[in-house]
Write a protein that binds this ligand. Sequence first.
Ligand code: PMP
Length: 415
Amino acid sequence: MGLDVESIRKDFPILSTTSHGKPLVYLDSAATSQKPVQVINAVSEYYRNYNANIHRGIYEISVKATEEYERSKELAAKFINAGSYRSIVYNRNTTEAINTVAIAWGEANIGKGDHILITQMEHHSNIVPWQLLAKRRGAILDYAPLDKENRFIDMEGLKELLERGPKMVSFTHVSNVLGTINDAKEITALAHKAGARVLVDGAQAVPHMKVDVREIDCDFYAFSSHKMLGPAGTGVLYGKEELLEEMPPFLGGGEMIRSVGFDGATWNDIPWKFEAGTQNTESAIGLAAAMEYLGRIGMDEVRRHEEVLTRYALERLQDTSGVETYGPEGNDLKRKGGVIAFNVKGAHPHDVASIFDREGIAIRAGHHCAMPLVTKMLNEPAVARASFYIYTSEGEIDRMVQAVSRVKEVLHLNR
Ligand code: PMP
């Protein structure tokens, strides 16, 4: 049947605005998604009716704010089938979630000469925390290679590196540049067999497809509210309860303690042990509305829509002379999310993005916080990237393809 994109679009006020006098075409959802009125209203209602600090007040609006904040985490636990609410830590974003593990778990478990294994397709937020940890502890950071076409992780290469017995394997579920959907369950099973703990960076997965962390069986899983219709300011860290229990705290301060004396402190129960200081309550409440919104559509429907759209966009772009695309294609589209990195021959991606902008089309150009992948593997200084979501229509893809012709016209690339 497919999504009723036109009716979904009506929920997103920004999609009926214009940019440079033309209807806005927003193709940068991998960076951050737009927000439906349901989310905007939830945040506004909090500010209007029950704005208060959580966990602290015994007065009515503080109790209500606390209940709504905790309800958001219960929804998050269900959204990824975490099993227990105690496994869900709220923080600022995926980056902070990964840093929590790299610092709190890493300091307690990684020593001199230990191996940590990531891949060549990671976002900086799943590279730099491990580089810092490796440096502090004298550990060795290995990178699982990509296949010859730079589309997938080279599984044989990964297996070879697993023979070094890494203590941690951390990889992205979906690449924010290639769109590649990694087989998280298979990689987790291989890593566990090799004796490693596993963290999955789900920033580009949870917004776009059904994710079941217990089926994957990873030890940690991280994602961000702002990429899944929710407000910025909330990240989600899932961790297996026993691991969160034994991990030392990440940040110290209010809320994460049970008691504090002049000579030391004891820790709150999980997940609060990892939630130091005043939390971003309004963002958590908005995220709850976002998860409910996505839940009503159904994540399988979300995925189906993006798969159809990606196939259409890729075919149209590949039919356009002078356009090069990156990541899985053809028979492999089942393993590609709604992200298309591309270049127009003879045009710098920043020029492409600027000309698109004049056409009212928002895309991203650059290294997309994946410099090793873009500059070393794809061997490009930068790439343009269009990314899709539930509100992206076929008509918008057509406008994107027309904009490529405009790029060639403006830059006199007569192909
Ligand atoms: N991992 C991936 C794959 C991403 O695409 C992003 C966001 N671009 C991040 C991590 C970081 O997310 P955040 O900026 O919300 O921490």
